[in-house]
Design a protein. Structure first.
Length: 133
């Protein structure tokens, strides 16, 4: 079962100690949030899909990686480095906010937290390479 990355050089997903992986691939929407004046990318969206949708819909792109099968959630959380990063920085340098959901024991959404990465006292570190890669 895939997580939100598509591959893992450190072998975190195939390690026998891993007891559960969440398949986020159905969460693959890419769009524009007019209220926030920002693009929204769900964690299961493969980078190839992200690039095509952003470019065809709005004529923009992100400085992400070169592997089109890698999913956004894992790539962005790992920093999002790619061929355009020397000029434009990593994907996380352009991160505006993160929507985080929590689940209770019966698989129901318990909480949803929208974290603005530019707000005073924000938890940017948690969502921009602080706990991954």
């Amino acid at each position: 079962m895939r997580g939100s990355g598509g591959h893992c050089f450190e072998n975190f997903t195939a390690d026998p100690a891993v007891r559960m992986l969440l398949d986020l691939s159905p969460m693959d929407a890419v769009g524009y949030d007019a209220g926030r004046r920002a693009f929204a990318v769900q964690p299961g969206a493969p980078l190839g899909h992200v690039y095509r949708t952003l470019f065809k819909g709005w004529g923009v792109t992100i400085p992400g990686g070169g592997c089109p099968e890698v999913e956004a959630g894992g790539h962005f959380a790992g920093g999002g480095y790619g061929p355009l990063s020397r000029r434009y920085g990593s994907v996380v340098d352009h991160l505006y906010g993160v929507e985080v959901g929590g689940f209770d024991y019966i698989d129901c959404i318990d909480t949803v937290d929208v974290v603005s990465c530019h707000a005073e006292g924000s938890r940017t570190w948690e969502h921009s390479t602080g706990g991954s890669s």
